[in-house]
Write a protein that binds this ligand. Sequence first.
Ligand SMILES: [Zn+2]
Length: 280
Amino acid sequence: MVNVTDLQIDLFGSLNSLKNSVSGWFQNKNPEKNISPEFSPESLVSFRYNPRLKKSIRCQYNGLFGHPLVTLPAYMRNDDFALVRELISQWAELSQKRKTAKTKASTKELLERIWAATDQVLSDRGEKILESRGHFPPIRSKGKIHDLEQVLAAVNETYFKGELSCRITWSNRLGGMSFHTVRKDPYTKEPVHLISISQGYDSDNCPLYAVAGVVYHECLHIAIPPKIVGGRRSVHGRNFRQCEKRYIYYEEWMCWHREVLPKNIHSLRRIKKGLSQKKI
Ligand SMILES: [Zn+2]
């Protein structure tokens, strides 16, 4: 994760150099207003910053004279996020409009651009990006103990009528967690759902019902995509949690997940630490 405090530098830095490169944002007559990252002069969207936010934006509409009041992660206060803030103000205004298929599609597209641009700014600065978008990692589904392809096929058949289309791999990071992302296929350039499962599950103390449980959970993220509720991404909403409990070994999996997985991850991280110390 990005260390937010590291990013809170240079708050009112070299804005003038950006004046010509960001159209719209700086075309205000009052130059004083131009350098305020608290306000978008074009759109009357006002901004607040919260250091606890990492990858979410919150939007209220009861702010300044009924205009959108958007809360952003604190690192976005910096001037190299001017373009990102401009996209965010467009997003906030669009989210206010009546929900039609068209506005929904544009809202989604804007959000994708916002996070892609955020990753771009962070990587330009040499910061760790929030998520490795687009990059397709090597796929390794056969583990030491469990074969994820087989588990996925069984879960897909049992709970999704075999209709889910996705790739699955063991996490490439030792001690990493399980997650689902959308990546671009390197050949077809089509978006592909990719499930990555923590290596903590590839252990002889891990029963099949536990690895199937986490695969089912990640598959549900494809079937029930995150929703934007009040500017925040709702990932594990009520519907998600209800569906999750349909898994026949839900209780057993949760019990294993709570009690055994943290120990397995802990020992994997110790192995990793040992490996990196050896390198030194
Ligand atoms: Zn989840």
